[in-house]
Write a protein that binds this ligand. Sequence first.
Ligand SMILES: Cc1cc2nc3c(=O)[nH]c(=O)nc-3n(C[C@H](O)[C@H](O)[C@H](O)COP(=O)(O)OP(=O)(O)OC[C@H]3O[C@@H](n4cnc5c(N)ncnc54)[C@H](O)[C@@H]3O)c2cc1C
Length: 500
Amino acid sequence: MTEEKDLIIIGGGINGVAIAGQAARLGLKVVLIEQNDLASGTSSKSTQLIHGGLRYLQQYYFSLVKKALHERSVLIKMAPHLIKPLQFIIPYYKESTLRRCMIRVGLFIYDHLSAHNSLTKAKAIHLNMAPYQSFLKKNIKSGAVYSDAWTHDSRLVMEWALLAKQYQATILTYQAILELGEKENGWQIIVQDKFSQKCSTYEAKALINATGPWVEPFQRQHLAEWPTTKMRLVKGSHLVLKRELPDNKAYLFECADGRVIFLTPYEPGYCLLGTTELEYKGSLEDTHVEEAEIEYLLMAANAYVQTPFAREDIATTFSGVRPLLDDEIHNAHQLSRDYQLQLKTSAKGNSVLTVFGGKLTTHRRLALDALILLQKMRPIIYNNRAATVRELEAEIILLPGSEPLDEAQFRKNYSFVPVLTLSRYLRCYGTLCLFWLKGKNRLTDMGIDFGAGLYQAEVDYLLAQEWVKNTDDLLWRRTRLGLCLDEIDVGRLAEYIRNR
Ligand SMILES: Cc1cc2nc3c(=O)[nH]c(=O)nc-3n(C[C@H](O)[C@H](O)[C@H](O)COP(=O)(O)OP(=O)(O)OC[C@H]3O[C@@H](n4cnc5c(N)ncnc54)[C@H](O)[C@@H]3O)c2cc1C
């Protein structure tokens, strides 16, 4: 049976789900097709920053920084449990006085580019005192501290997907596209579920290609007769290190080659170091950190920290690929991180909108811009809709899980759950955790204990509501408990998921 939709969106990264969420809120009928798990591409491999991008000021990308800073303040309001302010320290190491002045001017501009900046303004900081003194090298005495924000990237994707589902969007993961073609009145797609082998057919008036770094291969494979756009792929790798950062602050380190890297808090007991930037021509299905990248990142951070990070401190690594529009002038480091949207209409009058590039931070704006462009070019899709895109723009919605919560009362109500587990629930899910906590009165009500604070109640919720199909989906993208569970625990979880 063929299901009629308004939009087919390909790609379940942050941009695909944000477009799905905004379009569904508008009253459009949406189907989103993802080839693997949601956020299995770049959107679970970022530095996790919701930021303007201080370093882009050096390249004069003022409008991108301004746009991203505006988005930062909107997103903190939309998902306060998931997007939180974070302070960054720039330690002065070998910088000349002129360089220090430039940093101060840069930070002043950064603070003032955002009209609604409620975060703490940048200032100088003494680093030869606790708690920094024992963390940074002895000869580092001062620096600057500024504010940005951070998130859990893959959970942000899930919350947009949940929002889209709330507004009746169909979200399908682990789908193989068997056929995609133009019909007289739109597009037809036939997809097959990789687990159940079930096929589904959808027809829609417009198609959106939000496949991130796969944008070019997707065009070549499915839209061969449409013109392609040249992209440059740039790989970035991160190391998750077993060390907690003092005072929950992040660091911006300048490397010997002039690049900057970040050392940020991660899960309790861990920090995140990244990123590298390498032109990438390898397989998108197998991106991994190389020896030289590990060497580079450790060396760069160890120039600043007192107790050097060693290979034994690496808990895990991940690498992601940025698709950047190739201007054939700049090197990978200098290419713009801004997005471009391209809408093409065929002789038959069918439209395809392609998303190129972008940042995690700008996904909400990108989704609105995509819908505005579509509305301009294909107004017919928007006939009789619940709201206009401009109305959506004006409204700041809360992502699922973001409703206000009395934390003290919450902790009292569920005091039978270990304290650290409750903290993780609040950090990752906000009020969504009430789905499985409501009605529970003792720990045994939570069902099987899989270890590290993972109980059956949470697993059942994730299987039923958040498209979890296997242990990787659950342990690395819905949570980061993959860092804590041992092989035996993972095996027990895998068996439980298989038997469900
Ligand atoms: C190392 C690194 C660090 C970064 N750090 C930050 C940061 O700190 N802050 C920030 O704002 N931005 C950051 N970014 C950028 C940000 O992560 C990306 O802009 C964003 O995640 C891109 O999302 P996307 O939805 O376009 O792509 P993706 O997340 O890659 O999603 C595309 C999806 O399409 C799916 N797909 C592909 N082909 C098909 C097909 N044929 N059928 C169905 N599905 C398909 C893929 O499986 C994938 O899930 C970083 C990027 C990298 C690489």
